[in-house]
Design a protein around this ligand. Sequence first.
Ligand code: CDV
Length: 321
Amino acid sequence: MKGQLRGAPRIVRVAAAQMGPIQVSDSRESCVQRLCALLHRAADQGATLVVFPELALTTFFPRWFVEDISMVDHYYERSMPSPATAPLFAAARDRNIGFSLGYAELTADGQRFNTQVLVDQTANVVAKYRKVHIPGHASHEPGRAFQHAERYYFSPSDEGFGVWSAFGGRVGMMICNDRRWPETYRELGLQGVELIVCGYNTPLNYIPDPSQDRLAGFHHALVMQAGAYQNGTFVVGVAKGGCEEGVDSLAESLIIAPSGEVLAKTVGNGDEVVVADCDLEWCKNYQNTLFDLDYYRRPEAYRRHIAQRGPSTKADGSPLR
Ligand code: CDV
């Protein structure tokens, strides 16, 4: 066990910039204006990194199904920065503040991903992450009050999880449903992550099992606090909350310490900024003691983690026997 606890502070002042709803009638330009206003509020509070939600440039379009997917091409970005987001990058450069931003990505060869970029204080894109765990369904389900057709509109990442040197530390990314999976945090933990940034859109009505609805905020905090503690990392989860096109979504954006404690939380469900000083050295108190992964993990006892996908299937989806 390394045993070395925190040294001289390495503080990153992080802002969680929650958004309220984006309606279908809201233009990309109006969203970018809101993001710029949030960025300025974060910069005014001395933040060096501001975290924005998942799919922050448009309404959450997977709640509708269209037979011809090209009909929704206008919801995707073909480049980042794009012409519409250029003012956000300019504001970041002017204010010397980095950001993470979620958007729908359409690649030159026609692939569609649910993507998040990490942008440094000089407005350079330092990392791009594509969502690994795609929830919902892949075809139209007419019986539902609203669709959650992410598996129709997005392919899962072909790249997996990354951690990048940025903001004086080791920064990882995840998107919405990824936060519910312990594998996400461990993949990042095994790369020495110190700060995980995550945007989300979480409807408060979970149609496959409404008994979970009253627990939406509890489950959201539970998984992120556990993931932070078990990997000795800061976790920042940022919502697009409120009532969007008739669908209520969870707000409750959180900044969580490696101890698992909540350092900051939004109070409303609209556009709102909360900040916290994240001393990345704090990670050592956990990563070098209880969760010294190198010292204590037993990968030889965890073989099923990569050999199987679920209780009865191998990783490739074929039956166990
Ligand atoms: N955007 C999401 O990934 N939402 C899921 C919902 C479908 C449960 C989430 O995990 O919050």
